[in-house]
Design a protein around this ligand. Structure first.
Ligand SMILES: NC(=O)c1ccc[n+]([C@@H]2O[C@H](COP(=O)([O-])OP(=O)(O)OC[C@H]3O[C@@H](n4cnc5c(N)ncnc54)[C@H](O)[C@@H]3O)[C@@H](O)[C@H]2O)c1
Length: 331
């Protein structure tokens, strides 16, 4: 016997995905869009419950679970700045979520020892279900080179699904009234122009293959707040620009099914922040006290959020900034 709520809902056109009459729209909300996995969650449960009354001896369907929505099985990704640090951490997360191939773009002609060890580890933990990390040497400041990188990945893989633009630089303290033009330009060139060129490289392939996709631009909490006592005007400006870049791109690309969001970390210990923390150890306590959790973050604390943004678990999320900062900006 069908539970009462299903008896009501199974007769509802919205749940059946049929056209709604007299609303002035051609389709019902359900017909307008559904998860790439078909019915999931409550709709899947109710569909199954409804089918049990009408189909004799109906066998239970094993519907997709939440983990299927997070799966990146067979997806292809491009991650810039992924020879080390947050880029490498996120590249490995995408492999662990099932991606077929993750192309790690960075400056050195050959990947570092850390990258090689991570690529081997990825193969080991994923075994036969696993994809591969590939290394590509390129400079994100070079638009032509980046478009070519994207095109070559497209030629080889026949699709492009995910982009994480993580390459970035932070320079030493410099008084904002004295900031030299050349250095300001250098930071903007990597952190802003380079992010655009990386997003273009992947986005052009997403359009070429029509497989939609998710573009994740790594900004920073420094795009929205100013780090107390740090004279980082170039970095903060470059990250603010990335926040607006993502909103602009999200609006342009939404109709193509391409989502664009920013991921804004707070303080996390990597080579970038080691340049400060290792030289001035008192900064660890200072930075830790600036957020409600009372500590700085670990690179692995971006694994879940990047997988969520890259996957079908976030299909209605675009033009958003996701802060992962221990709550730094809440105070
Ligand atoms: N670590 C943090 O606390 C923190 C906080 C907020 C935002 N971020 C951002 O996260 C991203 C990754 O930072 P990270 O902490 O891993 O730093 P990192 O210095 O460890 O890694 C940055 C990577 O970008 C690469 N890169 C730099 N210039 C490049 C170029 N022109 N072309 C290609 N690659 C280039 C570097 O070689 C390096 O491998 C950056 O965009 C950074 O601004 C970091």
């Amino acid at each position: 016997m069908l539970p009462p709520q299903c008896r009501v809902i199974s007769s509802c056109a919205v749940i059946r995905g049929e056209a709604t009459k007299g609303t002035g729209t051609a389709t019902s909300p359900v017909a307008q869009s559904q998860s790439p996995l078909g019915r999931v969650g409550v709709a899947a449960a109710l569909e199954e419950a409804a089918a049990a009354t009408t189909v004799a001896n109906a066998e239970g369907r094993k519907g997709p679970t939440l983990w299927d929505e997070f799966s990146l099985r067979d997806r292809v990704a491009l991650v810039s700045g992924a020879n080390r640090g947050l880029g490498l951490e996120m590249a490995l997360a995408l492999i662990e979520a099932g991606a077929r191939a993750v192309y790690c773009v960075d400056l050195p002609t050959k990947p570092g020892d850390e990258w090689v060890a991570v690529a081997e580890y990825g193969k080991r933990v994923m075994g036969t279900r696993g994809g591969r990390l590939e290394y590509v040497s390129a400079d994100v400041r070079n638009q032509e080179a980046m478009w070519k990188v994207g095109e070559e990945i497209g030629n080889k893989e026949g699709r492009m699904d995910v982009c994480v633009a993580a390459a970035g630089i932070l320079r030493s303290h410099t008084d904002c009234l004295e900031y030299p033009a050349e250095e300001f330009q250098e930071v903007m060139s990597v952190n802003t122009n380079g992010v655009l060129f990386t997003a273009q490289a992947a986005g052009r392939q997403m359009v070429r293959f029509g497989n939609q996709g998710s573009i994740i631009l790594v900004a920073s909490m420094s795009g929205s707040i100013t780090n107390k006592d740090h004279a980082w005007v170039s970095y903060n400006t470059s990250k603010s620009a990335v926040l607006q870049m993502a909103r602009s791109m999200a609006c342009e690309l939404g109709s193509k099914g391409i989502r664009v969001n920013t991921l804004s970390p707070g303080h996390i210990y990597t080579s970038m922040t080691a340049a400060y923390l290792d030289k001035e150890p008192h900064l660890l306590e200072k930075w830790s006290k600036l957020n409600p959790l009372g500590r700085i973050g670990r690179p692995d604390e971006l694994r879940g959020v990047v997988t969520w943004l890259a996957s079908d678990a976030s299909t209605f999320c675009t033009g958003s900034d996701i802060l992962v900062s221990g709550g730094h900006q809440s105070w």
